[in-house]
Design a protein around this ligand. Sequence first.
Ligand code: ZN
Length: 290
Amino acid sequence: MNKFKILFLAFTFLSLFSFAQEKINVVVIGAHPDDCDVDAGGTTSLFTKAGHNVLFISVTNGDAGHHEKGGGALAKIRMAEAQEAGKRVGAKYIVLDHHDGELMPTLAIRLEIIRLIREWNADIVIGPRPNDYHPDHRNTAILMQDAAYLVIVPNIAPDTPPLKKNPVFLFAEDRFQKPNPFQPDIAIDITETFDQKIYGMAAHASQFFEWLPWTMGKLDKVPETEEGRLEWLKEWRKPQLKDNVKQSLIKWYGAEKAEKIKYAEAFEICEFGRHPSDEEIRKLFPMIEK
Ligand SMILES: [Zn+2]
């Protein structure tokens, strides 16, 4: 082998290696099968399209939230819907087998989540804030916060090697005001992937076309056809860009580009994980630079 071939091979190997290193690993944690999709489905599609890895974890199996079905039969439906939803946005979807509506932030589940974050070698972890209407959401937020920091501690869950670097832990946007309103530290333009987010959400048919419309007394308004349902869901779940999210978009994308953004997902930095600089945030969310 001549030295050019050796150089060429070395270069190929190095570029493959650096390419592999540039992969960003994201974990999104939700209480129910559909929460991850709602919180970060658009951002997820942007990540997975660019070849990065996203894992959705539903901490409960969704076996309670329905007016006609329940128990194991409902959990099976929710699992199948989650698998389809994951495919639609390019994420792996794990549904943990804990009862819906009864989630407690136990040590066992904390360790389960720590192991999953480590096994995914997460750079970013996204989940709900701890003040929320649903106890499962609140307890999921506690579980996520309890995992932040402990994921790097070797003597915790010692069967799974600790992460070398604490991930950036982020809260997804919500509407709750007390004790403190959501602060959009990072805002991601999802105009390009909003339809895909809706398509992913629509896979949770027993949620968006049965259970949630039933809770709102709108079951008779759900269209029959798939096309009609997608349009209906899009109209229903179309996010309004709040002023502070607009400000955040201006910070990250510049005023000119921010002006054209129709849809966004915003995230607040959790103080218990790594504290990223703006430069590091741009590296972790490479779609901002595009
Ligand atoms: Zn939920």
